[in-house]
Write a protein that binds this ligand. Structure first.
Ligand code: BG6
Length: 516
């Protein structure tokens, strides 16, 4: 007996170019968010403005509370004044009035329990219990990673993790400094929180175009047959930043580019491009497919690292017509710093889909332009049919632009009009801002991720398996680079595309980085 398959043939008749998009209303339970590091840089720049916007856009429930927790002494009122400064964008009195009454403050040391006792009292006072007498609490760790163990231990010993509290914990990247420390950290946190309570945030996964990679791949049938070693020559992923280290010297000196970007943002982009279709669009299925990608990345030894990875550090240069300092001249950076600010490298994914298809990854600070892009470079046609002078020089390339232009573009060759046979490169382009109709709201990454956490959806957050697998990919590079520090820094000028060696990495294989 053959199974009856759903009839989708009539879908073509009813297809309308603009499908109805409804603005989703989120069903979020009343909650209280405690921000550890509530006066710090991340809170000021991202979290508090995002929460303010969510409130203005009426995406938060009527009953919610935000408690800033930090060491400086402040009253609730003083904290509200402090937060107001960072909510200037779209500020208006009525919205502020509405938002500010949800703000509270607890001062205390992160490392001893008196602050947590105060917090416990305030939670009893402020957080509203649901019908079952349970309070929904989200703890946001907007603090340096070294403080996570003590905060987690204190929360646990003050009984603020389970029982009468239904809690979630949001942890910023980098989670650990390598695989071993990520495991240790997880062990400590796991004493207090279960895996389904832990939300390891990577703001790249909150970007519309990053989420769109899965939609593009799995909602369209035309590319999937081509998405493999048979048709794809190689893949490039670039995360280029035009800014320097800014005011994060202390963190960056101890981290460097691999911990800051490669282990998380680049690995996430790579997995979204390379993963197999999940059996359904649910957190565990998607996260498991990503882990499989990391597990199949070919392990690399010192010899490979020396040949196929490139490290760089920016020296002084020019950006936007202005002289800009080198990394070693930046505030609070050692004048002989050996911290890399640039990475380029080649990875192989040893599975049936991707065997022998190189993935070239690069990222750097103070590069010529801010651009994040994935490009899929297809193989050349099997025969050069047209005369060699006008043959396709540029193969077909599919570009997934993440920022600043959120677009998808396909490079093709067409006949140049006229009597001669000449190929001409053209683009088929889809632009997120121009081509999507209706009242579009581009959610900022933190908006989307905070809402998901409030809803209890872990899809866009990394699992512990995923974190460990990503560290396993990059740990050998970090170890090699730290054991054998590069002597030639700085080796690229601010405002350039990185060290010459990065060009050579591809040139040696008859390829080149995309030029912008
Ligand atoms: C952060 C890194 O995760 O991402 C920063 O710590 C980097 O060093 C930033 O500047 C880049 O994010 P975006 O969204 O500007 O590409």
């Amino acid at each position: 007996m053959t199974e009856k398959r759903p009839d989708i043939s009539s879908a073509a008749d009813t297809y309308s170019p603009i499908c109805e998009i409804t603005r989703e209303k989120f069903n979020i339970e009343p909650f209280t968010m405690v921000i550890f590091g509530g006066t710090g840089d991340l809170s000021r720049r991202k979290l508090l403005p995002t929460l303010y916007h969510l409130c203005i856009d009426q995406n938060l429930p009527d009953e919610f509370a935000i408690i800033g927790f930090a060491s400086s002494e402040k009253s609730d009122e003083e904290y509200r004044e402090f937060v107001q400064e960072f909510s200037e964008d779209q500020f208006n009195d009525a919205c502020w009035e509405n938002f500010s009454r949800h703000l509270f403050y607890v001062s205390g040391s992160f490392e001893d329990n008196s602050g947590y006792k105060k917090l416990s009292h305030r939670l009893e006072e402020i957080a509203r219990p649901n019908e079952d007498g349970v309070r929904e609490i989200i703890y946001y760790m907007a603090v340096p990673p070294r403080l996570l163990p003590s905060i987690s231990e204190q929360l646990s010993s003050c009984k603020l993790c389970k029982g009468k509290f239904n809690t979630r914990l949001i942890v910023e990247k980098p989670f650990g400094r390598d695989r071993a420390s990520a495991k240790d950290l997880n062990r400590i946190i796991a004493d207090a929180f279960d895996e389904n309570q832990i939300y390891r945030i990577d703001h790249y996964l909150g970007k519309e175009t990053v989420q769109n990679i899965l939609f593009f791949r799995f909602a369209n049938s035309i590319f999937e047959p081509l998405w493999n070693r048979r048709y794809i020559d190689h893949v490039q992923i670039t995360v280029a930043e035009s800014l320097g280290v800014e005011n994060r010297a202390r963190f960056y000196e101890g981290a460097g580019v691999v911990r800051d970007i490669v282990q998380n943002h680049l690995m996430q982009l790579l997995a979204l491009v390379a993963m197999e279709p999940p059996i359904s669009f649910e957190a565990d299925y998607i996260r498991n497919e990503k882990v499989k990608v990391y597990q199949t990345i070919r392990s690399i030894d010192d010899e490979y690292i020396d040949r196929f990875t490139v490290q760089g550090q920016y020296g002084k240069g020019r950006f936007n017509g202005k002289d800009v300092p080198g990394y070693r001249e930046e505030k609070d950076i050692a004048s002989d710093s050996g911290t890399p600010t640039f990475f380029a490298g080649k990875f192989h994914i040893d599975n049936w889909r991707w065997a022998d298809v190189p993935f070239y990854l690069r990222t750097g600070k103070r590069m010529k332009k801010r651009i994040t892009e994935i490009s899929i470079h297809f193989r050349q046609p099997p025969l050069r049919l047209f005369s060699s002078s006008c043959d396709i020089r540029e193969p077909n390339i599919l570009i997934l632009g993440v920022q600043p232009h959120e677009n998808i573009s396909l490079h093709l060759g067409v006949k140049y009009p006229g009597v001669s046979n000449q190929l001409y490169p053209v683009n088929m382009n889809f632009d997120y801002e121009e081509d999507i109709q209706g009242d579009v709201h581009f959610a900022m990454p933190y908006e989307r991720l905070l809402i998901d956490c409030m809803k209890g959806d872990q899809t866009l957050f990394a699992s512990q398996d995923g974190i460990e697998a990503m560290w396993s990919v990059v740990d050998p590079v970090i170890r090699r680079w730290e054991e054998k520090p590069y002597k030639g820094f700085p080796n690229y000028a601010a405002g350039s595309w990185g060290p010459e060696k990065a060009k050579e990495l591809l040139a040696n294989e008859g390829r080149q980085w995309r030029i912008y």
